[in-house]
Design a protein around this ligand. Structure first.
Ligand code: SF4
Length: 448
């Protein structure tokens, strides 16, 4: 049996990134040689995204580029789940298609196609419903002292613009025991920050425990001694209940950072989106119950039927709410979901103009918020060193990887900073989205 060298390309969201690490962990365990230099690989595992049009195009672009380089392809992830065997017809270089609920079968797939060079495999469950509770091997692919922990798969909501329930299936939680075991493994491997991800992290446990169990999971993870930061991503507005708010507020390891996509503010648009009403009340409750909390949210502009009046309502809401971190997306039409068939589709030019108006307002808000931090001492997880500037680069506990702000750190006497460490930094300069400061203490004590 020939043993091809396998390369990997991981696209899309943090949930996909953890799936990639699990697939690589399973393949490594089976003795498959893995290279992170794609040019050296004979076959490439491409974990794709199919969330919206642009993401699909990026996935297809990567597949075509690799095929043009003569690589054989294993297509996994949401595009595989979305188009299944059609991908084999469209892409002759594709040797296998693996669904979002079938990642645990990756080693068998690679074995089968390695034994028979003419074989092409489709391993895609019609409805992805497999979700492993045992801790599967994982080959960490980046992020230094941080790691994502996927606490559940799928989603039980039906937001009218979202294709994820079709591609990822119903909500399926992993048990607190299994997640704590995996988190301990990651922390033993040097991880300081665990980032909890799923489609809807606040829904955690309802399927397996009959109750929303995120507070219990947070308490269990907080027992892990060397773990410094626990971050929750993807909170669902109507599930931010008092039990969760009090748990976030009282557990020192849980960072005072809430990522809560609200999507819009106008009641008419929220009901067309099939999203929870009353975002202003949810925000007030979070700020009332969690001291010094930083809130990240995301919004969609140009949803079908969005009038100038609806948009002005959203712009005013965002301006008054002063979010600490903000993402704005232009609505992406998809015919597989209800909103694709709704009247009043908004022209792209208008969508973009609306997004730009919000980002302009947010630029002002972000600048003022950062200026107010000059003179403050904050903890920073150091992740990189820039040779050109001689500056270290990291994130505060108010910043998630890849989507939020950065902190640039000077340590002129090389006294305090070690890569992957959490250091205390005195902020002395602010830019609209990034901060600059000087390290004043090292190895900030892990909250107990
Ligand atoms: S909660 Fe999130 S993942 Fe679930 S349907 Fe809504 S937007 Fe999609």
């Amino acid at each position: 049996m020939r043993k091809p060298r396998l390369g990997v390309v991981s696209l899309g969201c943090p949930k996909n990134a953890t799936d990639t690490e699990v697939m690589l962990g399973l393949l490594k365990e089976e003795g498959v040689e893995i290279t992170f230099q794609v040019e050296e690989a004979e076959i490439c595992l491409v974990n794709t995204c199919s969330f919206i049009g642009e993401a699909r195009q990026e996935s297809v672009r990567n597949l075509v580029e690799l095929a043009d380089q003569g690589k054989e392809l294993i297509i996994a992830g949401c595009l595989a789940q979305h188009y299944k065997e059609e991908l084999l017809k469209e892409i002759p270089e594709a040797r296998a298609v693996v669904g979002t609920g079938d990642i645990s079968k990756i080693a068998d797939v690679v074995k089968a196609i390695s034994q028979d060079s003419s074989l092409r495999v489709v391993e895609v469950s019609e409805i992805p419903n497999d979700y492993h509770d045992e801790v599967l091997p994982r080959l960490k692919t980046g992020m230094g002292a941080s790691a994502y922990l996927k606490i559940a798969e799928g989603c039980d909501h039906n937001c009218s613009f979202c294709i994820i329930p079709l591609l990822r299936g119903r909500f399926r939680s992993r048990s607190i025991e299994s997640l704590t075991k995996e988190a301990r493994m990651l922390v033993d491997g040097g991880v300081k920050e665990i980032i909890l991800v799923s489609q809807d992290s606040t829904y955690y446990g309802l399927d397996i425990y009959g109750r929303m169990a995120l507070p219990e999971l947070l308490r269990a993870l907080s027992e892990i001694e060397e773990l410094a930061w626990i971050r929750i991503m993807y909170a669902y507005p109507s599930e931010m209940n008092m039990a969760l708010l009090e748990t976030i507020a009282c557990l020192p390891k849980v960072v005072k950072y809430v990522d809560i996509p609200l999507q819009h503010s106008h009641p008419e648009i929220l009901s067309l989106m099939a999203r929870p009403q009353g975002p202003e009340k949810i925000l007030a409750r979070i700020r009332e119950n969690i001291k010094d909390v930083k809130i990240r949210s995301t919004f969609i502009v140009g949803f079908p039927g969005e009038t100038e009046e609806h948009f002005e309502h959203l712009l005013q809401f965002i301006t008054e709410s002063r979010f600490d971190r903000l993402g704005v997306f232009t609505y992406s039409r998809q015919m597989e979901v209800p909103s694709g068939h709704m009247p009043g589709q908004v022209p792209l030019k208008v969508k973009r103009a609306r997004r730009n108006r919000i980002m302009k307002a947010q630029h002002q808000i972000a600048s003022e918020a950062n200026r107010a931090l000059v003179g403050r001492e904050i903890d920073v997880l150091i992740e990189n060193f820039e040779g050109k500037t001689g500056l270290y680069c990291g994130r505060s506990s108010w910043d998630a990887p890849e989507i939020d702000n950065l902190v640039y750190v000077r340590d002129p006497e090389n006294e305090f900073v070690t890569m992957g460490d959490i250091v205390r930094v005195k902020i002395d300069e602010a830019r609209p989205y990034d901060l600059y400061g000087r390290a004043i203490a090292s190895s900030v004590a892990v909250p107990s």
